[in-house]
Structures are given as C-alpha cells and as structure tokens.
Design a protein around this ligand. Structure first.
Ligand SMILES: [Zn+2]
Length: 236
C-alpha cells in the first residue's frame, strides 16, 4: 500500500519514491506519495514526477481499491524506478487554506444549527458546500460566515491524529457528513481545530487558522426541501 505522506505532513512539496507498479503505461503506483488523490470533496493534486532527467506531468490522481494511482502524461516509467515527486504547491496550498476555511465554517454551522453536510466541493477559486437544514435564511448563513472570519483572525493550531474507531465515535459531533462511515475502517483520522472542534477528516489542512486569511460569500442557494447550498471564496 502506498504510504500517504500528505496525511502526516501536508507541507511536503517534494519527496523521493519508488515505482511499485505501472498499469497501461500511464497509471503509476508508488511506495509513497505527496499527491492527494481526488476524494472527500477535495480535488487531486497536480505536479511532476521526475526520473533520470525526464519530467512527467501528473494529470490525475485517484484512489482505486486502496492504492493511489498517478496518471502521467505519457508512458515510460517502469516498476523499480526511483523517482522524485514535485507538487504544484501554490495550487495545493490554496486548497489547504480553502479546505480549512470550509472545515471551520461546517463545524460552526453544524454545531450551531444541527445541519448535516450533504456535499462539498473545493475548487481552486471557490468552495461549494451543501447541507441539510430545515430553515433557509441567508442572513443566518452570513452570520456563520462572519463568525468564521472572526475565528480565522485568532491564533488557533490545527492538529491531526488517528484514533481507534470506537474512541473517535465517542467525540460529540465528530461526523458531520450525512452519509455514515464505511463500517470497515478500524481507525479514523481526526482533525482538531484546537478548542473549537474535532472532526473525522482525510483532507489536507494548514497548521494554523491564521494561514487561511479571510473568506467572502459568493452566493447562497435554496435547492428545495431541506437542501441548502453556499459558495464562498478566499479573499486573495
Ligand atoms: Zn477538514
């Protein structure tokens, strides 16, 4: 299994790795990686795989039956080859900042209203966030956004660690997604916004809320029934 270094240290921009398998010439599995695979509403990372002076662009990263597969722009990489990985760091860092902002907003909204997250999609320029909530009141959402911005001005460390599933599920509000977790995960990765929130989460975050900056509301939408949607973005 590929070692997912981005879970231990989301600030790694480069690392060495060894190719463990290659499928159809272009789908490369490595012993370890810094590339985040598409999932949990966070896009895959882009960047480069370098080997013997050849530079391959990483055009897609996905997780397939537990393995992280890197699609490169052309065939040639071989199993056993030593490679160097370089992330498109500017793009990833923006995603880390907007993910952390979305995470804080979700925790405030869900803890404050009992809403559940039904979907979220990070993009490099905006965050889309879907949740179930009986009342649709844009001013309430604006208030939560304002509260998010207030907290983003405070020096608050963000930590992550693994907890055994049973222990993790005892934390109130640890699961904010409407969908239940798959039953076969023995431990959960907890992301803690210190003194504010603990949430089961596999995404990449910044180390301190101060790194996020501020966010601005783009729009809110009433999708009928209990379905609400909000778009927001980092202010530069
Ligand atoms: Zn998160």
């Amino acid at each position: 299994m590929t070692k997912a270094l981005y879970l231990e240290d989301s600030y790694l921009r480069e690392c060495d790795a060894v190719v463990t398998s290659v499928k159809d010439g272009k789908y490369v599995v490595l012993d370890q990686t810094i590339f985040y695979p598409k999932g949990g509403g966070q896009p895959f990372d882009t960047g480069k795989i370098i080997s013997g002076g050849e530079v391959y662009s990483v055009v897609y990263v996905g997780k397939f039956s537990g393995e992280i597969s890197h699609e490169v722009d052309r065939p040639a990489l071989k199993p056993g080859e030593s490679v160097h990985l370089v992330l498109d760091w500017e793009r990833r860092y923006r995603l880390m900042r907007s993910h952390t902002a979305a995470h804080l907003f979700a925790s405030l909204l869900c803890n404050g209203t009992g809403a559940l997250v039904t979907g979220n999609q990070l993009e490099t320029d905006k965050v889309r966030f879907d949740f179930s909530l009986e009342q649709f009141d844009p001013t309430v959402l604006e208030q939560y956004l304002k509260q998010t911005n207030e907290l983003l001005k405070k020096d608050t460390p963000v930590k992550s660690y693994e907890l055994p599933r049973e222990e993790a599920l005892k934390i109130p509000g640890v699961v904010k997604m409407a969908e239940a977790f798959p039953p076969d995960i023995p431990s959960l990765r907890i992301v803690e916004l210190v003194d504010l929130d603990k949430q089961a989460d596999g995404g990449t975050h910044v180390k301190n809320l101060l790194e996020v900056g501020q966010i601005k509301l783009l729009k809110t939408e009433n999708k009928g029934k209990n379905n609400r949607r909000i778009y927001f973005a980092l202010t530069p």
